[in-house]
Write a protein that binds this ligand. Structure first.
Ligand code: ATP
Length: 503
């Protein structure tokens, strides 16, 4: 797993997907830049999400709110008071960790043990295997599951009550060692606010404290009435937004999974109070289908229903993905009740209600939120796409099987040789296709080597112009995943690509 993770990071750099921020100055920890291919992949993921959420839903509209918001926003949302991470230092290694993450990692190891037993039994019993029955009766699996549950419940309770001593006690009881040094010599647990503060205004006396938004959701809530009225929206309706969010994450590892500056794709769906659990199920199902539609191996996904809910939620699920460092949250679906709108209503004194003509009364709507990290989706797509294959002739290739609809470059066009008018024809083809697809030209090295380069870069199609092209206006089109080659007419390329790579 560790090797796979290193390979993902190295490959992302080598093929122009992701660089460390300000790398020439040795980088900035947990901040990343997206290169020429990364910017395209990111843009395509955004577009795929936006189209499915906004364009395909008559009742959902978009929004692009500012990153800087009135500071009262974060009082109402609870972020000023409670957007904290519990931190703990190891006295020997002097390294700092999130206490909750240490405990969660411990539980993940228990889960892995349980999964190992399940896998073994599956193999042994074959088709007759009843997983649910096994999980509820096998003594070791029952124990692993029960332990996890108890630990997580105790941690959540302690954090909720602000009992940081008990969080430390839990770490000591479980004998959790420092991942860096193996030492179990811990300090007390302290709370640390994750918001980045900045100042608005020039003079020291009049400047106001501001925060870079730690989530995009509040931009949607404070605009609820604006959008509802000007768009004449009727409940149920949704507001979708893609944008940057900032968190001063302390445990900054795991590459783009946990960054200090990242992008969220969020949608808040406003519903009639009492209907929220129905809509919660609806969005859980629809978001799962969105992920399925990309054709990524479904075994890499799992749903994790929250047993312990945040104070504002009455149902919550994470869609988790098997990243190179194990299953972690990719997307959250939350039933947030009227917590946010009511809090903003109270603090601002402005009505944030909807008059429901069917019920003939006004109310503060309830909210179902779907929130996915764009960068985490990027990592899910990228890491699951990266494969090393042994071919029939025994040779090996590295291929990046990004779903064609998301691939940064849709086709590379090659002249077989750099002469005889072949480059000119290749450029003509590009000039035709470039209006609809991101296509590139490549004439360097032998064609076999160019194929491998495009395989590793994630380009789903290669189009080769050769001497026959001059005679009959046909080219060879090669598919990245199957490596199959076909002879097709130049005039048919547009239609073929349209079918294979468009949304
Ligand atoms: P985690 O528990 O992993 O810190 P979270 O529960 O705090 O995440 P939310 O506040 O629910 O995350 O944010 C919604 C989504 O935003 C997450 O599902 C995740 O995809 C993304 N996200 C959150 N924090 C980060 C980050 N530091 N870097 C990249 N993406 C993030």
């Amino acid at each position: 797993q560790e090797d796979k993770f290193k390979q993902v990071i190295a490959h992302a750099k080598e093929y122009g997907y992701i660089f460390s921020s300000s790398e020439i100055y040795d980088g900035l920890s947990a901040v990343y830049d997206y290169g020429q291919n990364g910017a395209e992949l990111k843009k395509n993921i955004k577009e795929y999400w936006w189209r499915s959420m906004v364009q395909l839903h008559e009742e959902i509209v978009g929004l692009d709110a500012a990153i800087l918001m009135h500071p009262k926003t974060w009082t109402a949302s609870g972020h000023t008071e409670a957007f904290n991470d519990p931190l703990i230092d190891n006295k020997d290694s002097k390294k700092r960790y999130r206490a909750d993450v240490l405990i969660e990692d411990y539980c993940e190891k228990l889960e892995q043990k349980a999964q190992k037993e399940i896998k073994k039994a599956k193999k042994r019993f074959g088709d007759d295997f009843d997983e649910a029955q096994f999980v509820s009766t096998h003594p070791r699996v029952v124990k692993y599951k029960q332990q996890q549950k108890e630990i997580l419940q105790r941690m959540a309770k302690s954090l909720d009550n602000g009992n940081l001593y008990d969080v430390k006690a839990l770490i000591e009881e479980l004998e959790i060692a420092c991942p860096a040094s193996g030492s179990k010599n811990w300090t007390d647990v302290k709370q640390f606010n994750l918001m980045f503060a900045t100042k608005l205004g020039a003079s020291a006396e009049t400047a106001t404290d501001l925060y870079l938004r730690p989530e995009t959701a509040q931009g949607i809530f404070v605009n609820f009435a604006n959008v509802q009225k000007t768009g004449r929206m009727k409940i149920p309706f949704g507001i979708a937004q893609i944008g940057k969010a900032f968190r001063n994450e302390i445990v900054a590892r795991q590459f783009i999974f946990r960054q200090r500056e990242f992008e969220q794709m969020e949608m808040q769906y406003f519903v009639r109070p009492g209907d929220e659990l129905k809509w919660f199920e609806y969005w859980k199902d629809l978001r799962a289908k969105w992920h399925q539609s990309l054709g990524i191996n479904q075994e890499l996904y799992r749903f994790h229903d929250h047993e312990k809910l945040a104070h504002y939620a009455n149902a919550a699920t994470d869609i988790e993905f098997d990243f190179p460092f194990g299953f972690k949250e990719l997307e959250g679906i939350h039933s947030r009740t009227d917590f946010d709108l009511s809090a903003h209503e109270k603090l601002s004194g402005k009505k944030l209600q909807f008059f429901d003509p069917e019920l003939n009364k006004s109310y503060v709507p309830y909210v179902i939120e779907t929130s996915i990290g764009l960068d985490r989706m990027f990592l899910a797509v990228f890491s699951s796409a990266l494969k090393d294959e042994t071919l029939e002739d025994g040779s090996r290739r590295t291929v990046l099987q990004i779903p064609p609809v998301l691939a940064p470059v849709k086709a590379a066009v090659f002249p077989l040789l750099k002469k005889d008018g072949l480059p000119e024809i290749a450029h003509e083809i590009i000039d035709e296709l470039k209006w609809d697809f991101n296509v590139i030209y490549d004439e360097k090295d032998a064609v076999g080597k160019r194929y491998r380069r495009q395989d590793a870069a994630g380009t789903p199609f290669c189009i080769t112009v050769d001497h026959d092209t001059i005679e009959d206006r046909t080219v060879t089109i090669r598919h990245r995943d199957t490596m199959e080659q076909k002879r097709v007419k130049i005039e048919d390329l547009q239609g073929i690509l349209d079918q294979e790579v468009n949304m």
